[in-house]
Design a protein around this ligand. Structure first.
Ligand SMILES: Cc1ncc(COP(=O)(O)O)c(C=O)c1O
Length: 355
């Protein structure tokens, strides 16, 4: 293992695009840093980890990911502390989840130590691309796909693991409105919902567009059998506060286990709240609105952190959740403060990247 890590080769660009970056005007998801991390898999092993200039990679038209969908990814962020030192938020959790996804999709696991070391080396090189403003970050996208050119249904024998990075301006969470989807489903137990597989997002695109046409921001996904148990939201997990109690859907074999979700559970418990993971139905939320006990709801995910939920549209009318986001705001402030090194990190979540 150490052997492969010792060999991360680095070739720095001689023509950085950094001077053209305006931290106050970063087009979301369209700006990429100078370099990328790349590692190849064939003959049963990962080899040649390297950091090179970002370039378009040639793809064979029969590359299996394009046809059979063996493609998985992760999403995480690097932030800077008040002294300007980069930090990663729980990178080992992303390494573990990538490998969970890899196992489900019949792909090779990527060495977790190399995942974290590769990220650290890469972020160290791109440190000047990390926007320092609170709420902003360098978004990191580790991913793996099958690049073997082959027509036929089986696991590919060659893959690429890569990391690219995109600076993101402060994302101020505005309250969002959800559409509780009863026709389309995102995932079912035994399927691929628990994995961060590209195909899950492909399946979500059309229903999300339809929800947006109705005036909603995101889809609230329900279970495949009864269309009543709440699963998650777009690219977020979901929390409710009902009658003073905080609840979030228990991981049901179809929900993606969010790293923000697990962190928010720990953070809330640390703050003295009781948090329960259990099945939650849409009917229960409708009932709680009717009897006045529905106090708050928010989504949790790497991209926006905490998203305050204002309404949930259903086929039978709109649930007015709340305009009060006290709990969500409190969680958001604490998470941001930990990520910016402005608050003590009692959980040891932040991984420093010294110069
Ligand atoms: C489907 C889905 N659910 C939940 C999440 C939240 O996960 P995390 O908190 O790890 O970003 C994401 C984002 O990765 C997602 O894509």
């Amino acid at each position: 293992m150490m052997e492969i890590m010792d060999k991360i080769s680095i070739k720095k660009t001689t023509n950085s695009r950094l001077p053209s970056l305006d931290f106050n005007n970063i087009p979301l998801g369209r700006t990429f840093t100078d370099h990328m991390f790349i590692c190849d898999y064939d003959n049963g092993q990962w080899h040649s980890p390297r950091i090179v200039s970002l370039y378009d990679i040639p793809t064979h038209p029969a590359a299996m990911a394009l046809h059979y969908g063996q493609a998985i990814f992760e999403g995480m962020k690097a932030t800077v502390d008040p002294e300007g030192n980069p930090m990663l938020f729980r990178p080992k959790k992303n390494a573990e989840r990538l490998n969970f996804s890899a196992r489900r999709m019949g792909m090779p696991e990527f060495p977790e130590e190399l995942f974290v070391e590769g990220l650290k080396t890469f972020v160290d090189m791109e440190r000047d691309w990390i926007p320092p403003m609170e709420g902003s970050a360098l978004y990191l996208r580790p991913f793996m796909y099958a690049d073997e050119p082959f027509i036929g249904m089986r696991a590919a024998t060659s893959y690429k693991f890569m990391i690219i990075a995109s600076p993101s301006a402060p994302l101020f969470s505005k309250p969002i409105n959800l559409w509780a989807e009863k026709k389309f489903i995102r995932a079912v137990e035994g399927g691929t919902g628990e994995a961060k597989a590209a195909g899950n997002y492909a399946a979500a695109i059309r229903p999300t567009e339809l929800a947006k046409e109705k005036g909603y921001d995101q889809v609230l996904w329900l279970d495949a059998m009864e269309h009543n148990y709440i699963q998650e939201v777009g690219t977020m997990n979901i929390f409710f506060k009902i009658d003073g109690k905080i609840i979030t859907p228990s991981l049901d074999g179809a929900i993606l286990s969010g790293i923000t979700r697990m962190s928010v559970i720990d953070l809330l418990r640390h703050k003295g709240y009781e948090v329960t993971e259990r099945p939650i139905t849409l009917d229960e939320i409708i009932e709680a609105e009717k009897n006045g006990t529905l106090e708050e709801a928010f989504g949790t995910g790497t991209a926006v952190g905490i998203a305050y939920i204002e309404t949930i549209g259903t086929e039978d009318g709109v649930i007015k959740v709340s305009e009060d986001h006290t709990l969500g705001l409190d969680v958001n402030d604490s998470l941001n403060a930990i990520k910016m090194g402005k608050m003590e990190d009692p959980f040891g979540w932040m991984v420093q990247i010294p110069r």
